[in-house]
Design a protein around this ligand. Structure first.
Ligand code: SF4
Ligand code: SF4
Length: 135
């Protein structure tokens, strides 16, 4: 569950439901997707990630009210394959017509993640949050 959405937004129309993108274990670690992401949501395997990279975030508030520095390194999601941080993936909404990672992946291993279903409204709100387009 994305903490930043808590109580601020709600799913208004389930027909608009979309998903963050996930990289499957068919990834060949070619690195083609990483520079294409407008949110810097893609990282090489075993590399730590931060909310601040590729965004305008300076701090992040968790659901319990805890606030931490957006530059704080976070544990890699995958040790074996390139990975996507769900809280930074917007399906490229607001930037491109389609997910750019999926468009360039030579083995088609960037697919919708059923564990991170989000509405179009939520994805656009996430994009605005990442890039400081809202208060
Ligand atoms: S769908 Fe777009 S925002 Fe999400 S990881 Fe791929 S390139 Fe990044
Ligand atoms: S483009 Fe596809 S195969 Fe290459 S690193 Fe990204 S997800 Fe893996």
């Amino acid at each position: 569950m994305s903490s930043w959405l808590n109580s601020k937004f709600s799913i208004q129309n389930l027909s608009l439901l979309r998903m963050a993108i996930i990289i499957t274990d068919e990834c060949i670690n070619c690195g083609a997707c990483e520079p294409e992401c407008p949110n810097n949501a893609i990282y090489e395997n075993a590399v730590t990630w931060t909310f601040a990279q590729g965004t305008k975030l300076t701090e992040v508030e968790l659901e319990d009210g805890t606030v931490f520095d957006a530059t704080a390194p976070q544990e890699a999601v995958s040790e074996e394959f390139y990975y996507i941080v769900p809280d930074k993936c917007t399906e490229c909404m607001g930037f491109h017509e389609e997910p750019q990672c999926a468009a360039v992946c030579p083995v088609d291993c960037c697919v919708p993640d059923p564990d991170f279903e989000e509405s179009e409204e939520e994805l656009l709100a996430k994009k605005a949050w990442l890039h400081a387009e809202v208060a």
